[in-house]
Design a protein around this ligand. Structure first.
Ligand code: AKG
Length: 227
């Protein structure tokens, strides 16, 4: 049992088939610990940066673990930043990802088979937004595990067909867990607002919002995938 990540308050609710929200899943001390990790990750070897999408810098800054995401692919080296190799994906995060699936009612077989190998760690300031998009750069249909720390955000969870309605707006708060997989793995989603000054003081983040999404890339280190 990984005692570092024993779950906090229990309970989850289904937002759509395969999409579950577990409010307050991460206890505050775990949030603070993750914030400390985030400060280490953000300084390198590949520093946190705003990825450029179609020539425009995103308003969210991202640092990656395991595989480096650059629109629209994963590489081991950050060829769009400084060429350095991305930090390894930590074993404790695999355990955390599995605990997240267990918490949200995924069957034991899926939990055991869950081997996330990349995390996109996003940092939002007050003005940051993330447009509606699908997470489709992975070669795997394994669920996405999303953890939020810091200020609340309005997270829009939509459908698999279009960026538009129907969608559900959720207010994600510090410590919340959101998981989506199965029939909604490719649902469009985005962040329409960050709510400054809403973070609990004890979460360890003085301003802004961190979101960690764990994913299975389905990639291996074939030479053509290294660069
Ligand atoms: O910040 C969030 O809650 C969502 C992040 C996201 O959509 C992504 O990293 O693809």
């Amino acid at each position: 049992m990984n005692t570092l990540f024993t779950p906090g308050v229990g309970g989850h609710r289904q937002i759509a088939p395969g999409a579950m929200l577990a409010p307050g899943w991460l206890p505050l001390r775990r949030q603070r610990w993750l914030v400390d990790q985030f400060h280490c990750w953000a300084t390198g070897p590949v520093p946190m940066r705003a990825a450029r999408v179609r020539g425009h810098a995103m308003s969210v800054r991202t640092v990656c673990l395991g595989w480096h995401w650059q629109p629209y692919r994963y590489t081991r080296h950050a060829t769009d930043v400084n060429g350095a190799r991305v930090l390894p994906f930590p074993d404790w995060m695999v355990a955390l990802g599995r605990a997240a699936l267990r918490e949200t009612g995924y069957p034991a077989g899926e939990v055991d088979a869950y081997n996330p190998d990349t995390a996109l760690v996003n940092y939002y300031v007050d003005a940051s937004r993330m447009g509606m998009h699908q997470d489709r750069d992975e070669h795997s249909d394994a669920p996405i595990v999303s953890l939020s720390i810091g200020d609340d955000a309005t997270f829009r969870f939509g459908n698999t067909e279009t960026r538009n309605r129907p969608y559900t707006d959720l207010r994600l708060a510090s410590g919340d867990l959101f998981v989506f997989g199965g029939p909604t793995r490719l649902a469009y989603h985005g962040v329409t607002a960050v709510h400054p000054g809403t973070a609990p003081e004890e979460c360890g983040l003085r301003e802004g919002r961190i979101n960690i999404t764990m994913r299975m890339t389905g990639l291996t280190d074939h030479p053509e995938q290294l660069w």
